[in-house]
Design a protein around this ligand. Structure first.
Ligand code: IPE
Ligand code: IPE
Ligand code: MG
Length: 238
């Protein structure tokens, strides 16, 4: 694996839990449960590889449109996971954060998340951000409202400084599983120059090796940020 061009911040759109379950004749919630197993492995692998920030899309602001049973099951799963994983995450020096309109999620889940954030706030290992009830547009609206409430001027710098986690660097790499080539309202503002890697595996099928492959793909990219950057000259054929 190429390690000298490791992304500092990796964001993941964990998609395909439903399809994974459907293909096996299982209910969607079993797909989400399997997805949770993947997340445990991937967080550990990212941390061991030296990734500094991992941000994952767990529930979008639009996911409330799903059947009530699925929404309830997901909220419960995230809450149980947050409680069950706290001890091991803390032991592994993980700093837990959230992104999203957390005031709108069930109170018991909010409490579990707040406990996790508080317990791990001084940890110095990987920063793990769970995006829950997260929408990229809502995040920008919330930032602009905060600026206006302070009587400030709306500039790009001010918006960046008022995002949910303004101290975090913008994602270098965005991974989406299950083949869909869209952002689905994830980190819209901070992904302006993020490298995108889409893999066909569903999220429950994704593993440490898949992550390594994505990091290798990232290492081959030339980031230009709008400027002119010398790329390696391709060897001519013939
Ligand atoms: C992603 O898997 C998990 C969440 C959105 C919570 P999906 O549930 O979207 O899986 P598909 O896209 O239906 O396969
Ligand atoms: C994005 O996946 C949200 C999460 C992974 C939590 P969706 O499955 O909700 O996205 P769309 O609806 O296919 O765009
Ligand atoms: Mg999906």
């Amino acid at each position: 694996m190429i390690t000298d061009r490791l992304p500092a911040h990796v964001a993941i759109i964990m998609d395909g839990n439903g399809r994974w379950a459907k293909r096996r004749g299982l209910g969607r919630l079993l797909g989400h449960r399997e997805g949770y197993r993947t997340l445990r492995k991937v967080l550990l692998a990212a941390s061991e590889l030296g990734v500094r920030y991992l941000t994952v899309y767990a529930f979008s602001a639009e996911n409330w449109r799903r059947p009530e049973e699925e929404v309830k099951g997901l909220m419960k799963l995230i809450e149980t996971a947050a409680r069950d994983e706290l001890r091991v995450m803390h032991k592994n020096n993980v700093r837990v954060r959230v992104a999203g309109r957390i005031d709108e999620v069930p109170a018991t889940l909010r409490q579990a998340l707040c406990d996790g954030i508080e317990t791990t706030k001084d940890n110095t290992g990987i920063t793990f951000t769970l995006a829950i009830n997260y929408g990229g547009r809502a995040e920008v609206v919330d930032a602009v409202r905060a600026i206006l409430a302070e009587g400030g001027e709306v500039t790009e710098e001010a918006i960046s400084a008022h995002l949910y986690n303004p101290d975090q660097p913008e994602p270098d790499l965005m991974i989406r599983t299950a083949g869909e080539m869209r952002w689905s309202n994830f980190l819209l503002w901070q992904s302006a120059y993020t490298e995108l890697v889409v893999v066909s595996e569903t999220w429950p099928e994704f593993d440490e090796n898949s992550l390594r492959r994505c990091l290798d793909e990232y290492a081959t990219r030339t980031r230009k940020f709008g400027a002119v950057v010398d790329e390696p000259t391709p060897i001519p054929h013939g």
